[in-house]
Design a protein around this ligand. Structure first.
Ligand code: PGA
Length: 243
C-alpha cells in the first residue's frame, strides 16, 4: 500500500476578525518552521482568506475554504465558488461538513456536486461523513457512513483530489469522542470503499491530549480540527502528535 502522509487541517468555522486571524496565522507559520511529519492546512472564514494567505505564503501551511457552491459563478447571493477559492489562494475546500449537511440541509447529491466543483477548479475536496448520535445508538454508524460515501463521492476520485473526513456529528464541538475501537472500525469501513491511497481524517473534539492515540491508528491519516485549531499552540501540538 502506498504511504499516506498524515494531514492535519484546522477548520476555523465562523470565528475571528482580521486581527485574530492574522495573529493566529502568524503564530502557526512561525511554529510550522519547526519539524513536522504531516501536511498542514488552515480553513479560515472567507473574509480572512486573503490576509491569512498573505501571512502563510512561503510557509508549509496551506489554505482552504470551508464550503463552496457547485456553480462557477452566477446569481447565488452569499455563496462562494470553488474558482473564487482557488483565486484567493486555496488548494483545498471542505465539503459536506455536518454543519452544512445537518445545519443547512445539504444532501449527498449537493455534496457530490460541490466535490465535482472543487475538482473543476483544481482544488482537493475534503469530504466529510459521519453519523448522528441516534444513528450510532441504533447500530447504524457504518451503514450511514457507507451511504454518504456512495451518494457523495463522485466517480474518478483519486488520492490527490479527495480526502475523506470521518466526523461523527455527536462528537463535533462536544468534547466527546468515539472509542478508539469505534474510530478504527469506521475508518476501516471507509478504507474498503475508497481508493487505497486516499487519506482518511478523523474529526470531532480532537485536542492535544487525545491526538496521539487517535493519530496512531493505522487507518487514521490525520485530523480535521475545529475548536483546538483556534489556538496556534494547540493546533501545533496536534500536528506534533502526527506520525
Ligand atoms: P471540533 O470540530 O474539533 O470543534 O469538534 C471539528 C469539526 O467540526 O471539523
Amino acid at each position: 500500500m502506498p504511504e499516506r502522509k498524515q494531514f492535519v487541517a484546522g477548520n476555523w468555522k465562523m470565528n475571528g476578525r482580521r486581527a485574530d486571524g492574522v495573529g493566529l496565522a502568524r503564530g502557526l507559520a512561525r511554529l510550522a518552521n519547526g519539524a513536522h511529519a504531516c501536511d498542514l492546512l488552515v480553513c479560515p472564514p472567507a473574509t480572512l482568506l486573503l490576509p491569512v494567505g498573505e501571512v502563510i505564503a512561503g510557509s508549509s501551511v496551506a489554505l482552504g475554504g470551508q464550503d463552496c457552491h457547485a456553480s462557477p459563478a452566477g446569481a447565488f447571493t452569499g455563496s462562494i465558488s470553488a474558482e473564487m477559492l482557488r483565486d484567493s489562494g486555496c488548494s483545498h475546500v471542505i465539503v459536506g461538513h455536518s454543519e452544512r449537511r445537518h445545519g443547512c440541509g445539504e444532501s449527498d447529491a449537493d455534496i457530490r456536486a460541490k466535490t465535482l466543483a472543487a475538482w473543476r477548479a483544481g482544488l482537493v475536496a475534503i469530504l466529510c461523513v459521519g453519523e448522528t448520535r441516534a444513528e450510532r445508538e441504533a447500530g447504524r454508524a457504518v451503514d450511514v457512513v457507507a451511504g454518504q460515501l456512495a451518494g457523495s463521492v463522485p466517480e474518478g476520485a483519486a488520492a490527490d483530489t479527495l480526502i475523506i473526513a470521518y466526523e461523527p456529528v455527536w462528537a463535533i464541538g462536544t468534547g466527546l469522542t468515539p472509542t478508539i475501537a469505534d474510530i478504527a472500525q469506521i475508518h476501516a469501513a471507509i478504507r474498503d470503499r475508497i481508493p487505497s491511497a486516499t487519506r482518511i481524517l478523523y474529526g470531532g473534539s480532537v485536542n492535544p491530549k487525545n491526538a496521539a492515540e487517535i493519530l496512531a491508528l493505522a487507518d487514521v491519516d490525520g485530523a480535521l480540527v475545529g475548536g483546538a485549531s483556534l489556538k496556534a499552540e494547540d493546533f501545533w501540538a496536534i500536528a506534533q502528535a502526527s506520525r
